[in-house]
Design a protein. Structure first.
Length: 242
């Protein structure tokens, strides 16, 4: 497999995104976290979530994970708990918060889950086989047939989240989904700084039109250009299954 990462500041003062991938002989973990800018210390929450996930992966995946789905669910909840502990330790006036998408690739399959509006895409032959459904007000409107998908990036409620790590309520971890991978499949995890300014067609076309190590920088640049002065942090980790 080939893995490519990118994270850029955009037009923001600080980068509150965090990303990474970790590997053992038989398993790979990939994750992207986007700290919430509307709350203090979003970057702290994002970093804690990924630190907990990577430490858990290192402890459990000697070669492979016994149960990738259970691992992802437990690691997300452990990240939430760790953020709350850090809030009490540092005496923050408000708990830092983050959204996250994560997947495990093992035994020729991908297992994935998410909290919030970081996205997961599974692409094959120019088609999106699977995509996470954002935990947001606008996604609910789309699912109810009250809003077109194309209107999501510009809707005034596009940033209103219904689920995150570090909030007052225990997050709802989406049920882990798994799928068999085929040669040439692309798995992509990203913050809304990438998927927001680009249509799904633009995203998929950019992924399949050139090698992954060229496609990811080009997509990041396209998102920056499209967002302009309102460009958010952009973070992406992608894998081509070979």
């Amino acid at each position: 497999m080939k893995i490519v990462e990118a994270s850029v500041l955009g037009a923001r003062d600080t980068n509150e995104d965090r990303l990474g991938h970790w590997r053992t002989p038989q398993a790979t973990l990939m994750a992207v976290a986007d700290g919430l800018g509307g709350h203090v210390h979003g970057e702290v929450a994002a970093q804690i979530a990924l630190d907990v996930m990577s430490a858990s992966f290192g402890a459990e995946a000697r070669d492979a994970l016994p149960d990738p789905a259970s691992f992802l669910e437990r690691a997300c909840l452990a990240g939430h708990a760790a953020i709350l502990r850090e809030t009490r330790k540092q005496r923050f006036l408000e708990s830092p918060r983050t959204v996250l998408a994560a997947c495990v690739v093992q035994d020729g399959e991908v297992f994935w889950t998410y909290v919030g509006d970081c996205r997961f895409y599974h692409v094959r032959g120019g088609r999106v086989l699977a995509r996470s459904r954002d935990h947001t007000v606008v996604q609910r409107l789309v699912d109810e047939g009250r809003l077109r998908e194309e209107a999501v990036p510009t809707h005034p409620y596009r940033n209103r989240l219904l689920n995150c790590l570090g909030g007052y309520q225990t997050p709802r971890i989406e049920r882990v989904v798994n799928a068999r991978l085929a040669h040439g499949d692309i798995v992509l995890l990203c913050s809304d700084g990438l998927w927001g300014p680009l249509s799904q067609d633009e995203l998929v076309e950019g992924l399949v039109s050139r090698p992954l190590e060229q496609a990811i920088p080009a997509l990041v640049a396209a998102a920056e250009g499209s967002a302009g002065d309102d460009c958010d942090n952009i973070s992406v980790v992608a894998m081509a299954w070979e």
